[in-house]
Design a protein around this ligand. Sequence first.
Ligand code: CO8
Length: 258
Amino acid sequence: MSEDLILIERPAEHVLLARLNRPAARNALSGALIARLAEILRDASADTSVRAVVLAGSDKAFSVGADIKEMVSGGLAALTTPSRVDGWYAIETFDKPIISAIEAYSLGGGNELAMTTDMIVAGENAMFGQPEVKIGVIPGDGGTQRLIRAVGKPMAMRMILTGEFIDAATAFTCGLVADLVPAGQAEARAIEHAVAISANAPISVRLAKDAVLKAEEVPLTAGLAYERKAMFVAFATADRAEGMQAFVEKRPPVYREE
Ligand code: CO8
């Protein structure tokens, strides 16, 4: 049964699409759903045929956040089970590129989930919000930390303290959304990005993702040193030689290292 919580497709050779599938609950993030997503991403990390992941919801919601009914019945324990805590950690530390495709609602923990991904592609009907204070909690899956990094203090405070939703155009303008597309086209566009990423040297892509994320953790000097070492690692790969040789020979590169 848990397999149906998330549907998996392979829309392109190196791309895995994971589609949240709790339509009756607007893809609310039950503990079981988080655990299943973590399992999928652990598998995708180990699967050398996967070079990029797209995470999508439905046309009614990407996700409306933590499962309120589960919290009502289970209390705090519903949020602190090892499988949920470990699951979030696995999602946050997924090492390959992952793109969220968002139509309709991206709320609460759902928006926090989107912010763990590397970029958000949104249909113009999408709505983004952190409404936790309206129900007596606060963002607890990274929202207070990641939203301020994405949009800056003023908009983060507006969203988190009022709980009001912002539309996709506003989210694009303030930097939460990387690519804004007509309603209904977020998934297709996210797959296009994933295909483009998966044509690049896989080790370079993973090193670049890791180095960009490091910028959120360390001072500039340490980040620059980290980047330099990561670049040396990339330079030592056979795929680096292939990429540069292909450029000189005016042919497409054939990347073999995963
Ligand atoms: N959890 C569980 N069920 C939900 C949720 C949710 N978050 N949101 C909606 N549903 C359910 C509804 O109860 C309804 O079920 P039913 O048909 O059985 O009554 C069904 O989904 C459809 O909902 P609506 O009829 O409301 O459908 P709409 O398309 O009109 O949706 C909204 C409108 C705006 C999405 C509305 O449903 C809403 O406001 N939902 C709640 C959003 C919210 O408050 N999210 C934040 C949740 S808290 C959180 O994410 C973080 C908690 C702290 C975590 C700490 C971790 C350590």
